[in-house]
Design a binder for this molecule. Structure first.
Ligand SMILES: Cc1ncc(COP(=O)(O)O)c(C=O)c1O
Length: 392
């Protein structure tokens, strides 16, 4: 054991990142891989956004900015949140972060104290668990179930509230299930939050990817909720800008003032060039986004009946670009299913266990390849699963 490991701070605990690394390493050594694992859109960032970044470089925008971000971007974000979701944030109530991911950490640094319990829709994006634990809190999963298409049941939240419960993390649409929490449930969650004096962290990173008749309602628009909500969002998914590392959080200005110094400590500011690119994303043409959303809708519409035909059940996703699929009929536990599928057919998917799911019944399919590739992947998955079923 090295001296440094011996001195490791107790807040750093071993987490199961090993499986993801193993899958990605294995895929790197294979030919003809169809990657449906990561939540990284297959589209290039729209050209006018890339051009804005080039222009920013040419205009010498390669210095530090203020820690909360450049003024025109904060203004554009505030306007976009109002126009799209009816949210009421001013420019000085926005902190631009290195992805929503940094917004998650900053939120927990600001609001999660040792001993706090933080409820979170599950299966889930487990960076929340890590951020909560790093701040000395305890993540408390609120399960959702395939029979309900993984919709959040407000009674399941209430059951888990204790005197230590401080916060509920509402991710809608959710990753990995694509479940959208409908407006009535959002209203019930707001009522619950007020009754139990809970903070809400509303992660709305997939809020533009909603398939009719599903509807998105931003919880901070409801009466009494703005003051107890942090809204997180970003550019990675909507504008296909995962590598640019830019997102933001929105919250009342007294909290933003207190988060400014910790945000400065984390990374001083979000990459300046990415901030100019994000400004172009919000203020430029939205047709490239519409085209991407249309492609996701088509893929989803093709994939669901294809899964039915191949004998799988799943939660019907109302949003995002994931289908959380039950592979228990193959007789394989989800991690084995994914490892063998990758090794034997070159299709990469992630098991539900990577999303905090205690069951080994599920895999997440990210439909982030062109349709013909998804169709090819589905053929391989069907053949592999049929063979597994007949030998089990
Ligand atoms: C629910 C959720 N929140 C936040 C993030 C982080 O996104 P970003 O790329 O903006 O850091 C992800 C990424 O997959 C996510 O699924």
């Amino acid at each position: 054991m090295s001296l440094l490991i011996d001195r490791l701070a107790p807040r750093i605990v071993e987490e199961d990142g090993a499986f993801r690394t193993r899958m990605l390493g294995m895929a790197a050594g294979l030919d003809n891989v169809i990657a449906l694992g990561r939540g990284d859109p297959d589209f290039h960032t729209p050209a006018h956004i890339v051009q804005a970044a080039k222009d920013a470089l040419d205009a010498n925008h390669h210095h530090y900015t203020g820690p909360t971000g450049i003024a025109p971007l904060r203004e554009a974000i505030a306007m976009d949140l109002t126009a799209r979701y009816g949210l009421d944030y001013a420019a000085d109530e926005i902190v631009v972060t290195a992805g929503a991911q940094e917004g998650i950490m900053l939120t927990m640094l600001g609001l999660c104290s040792p001993g706090d319990e933080v409820l979170i829709t599950s299966p889930r994006f487990t960076s929340y668990d890590t951020a909560v634990r790093l701040c000395g809190g305890t993540p408390v999963p609120v399960p959702t179930f395939e029979k309900d298409d993984f919709a959040l049941d407000v009674a399941e939240i209430e059951k888990r509230i204790t005197p230590a419960t401080r916060m509920f993390v509402l991710v809608s649409p959710n990753n990995p299930t694509g479940a959208v929490t409908p407006p009535d449930a959002i209203r019930a969650i707001a009522e619950l939050a007020i009754r139990h004096d809970l903070i809400i962290v509303a992660d709305e990173i997939y809020a533009q990817m909603i398939y009719a008749p599903n509807e998105h309602l931003s919880i901070a628009t409801l009466k009494g909720m703005r003051e107890r909500t942090v809204t997180l969002n970003g550019f990675s998914k909507t504008y296909s800008m995962t590598g640019w590392r830019i997102g933001y959080l929105a919250a009342p200005r007294d909290l933003i003032a207190m988060l400014t110094e910790p945000r400065h400590t984390l990374s001083i500011n979000t990459c300046t060039i990415s901030q100019y690119a994000a400004l172009a994303a919000l203020t430029g043409p939205q047709e490239p986004v519409d085209a991407m959303l249309e492609a996701y809708a088509q893929r989803r519409a093709w994939l669901m009946p294809a899964l039915d035909e191949a004998g799988f059940t799943y939660g019907h996703p109302g949003g995002a670009f994931y289908i959380y699929t039950n592979v228990s009929s193959t007789g394989l536990a989800s991690p084995d299913f994914c490892l063998r599928l990758l090794k034997e057919t070159g299709v990469m998917l992630f098991p539900g266990t990577m999303f905090g799911d205690e069951s080994t019944d599920y895999i997440r399919i990210s439909y982030l390849q062109p349709l013909p590739m998804i169709q090819e992947a589905m053929e391989r998955i069907s053949a592999f699963s049929a063979a597994a079923r007949s030998s089990s």
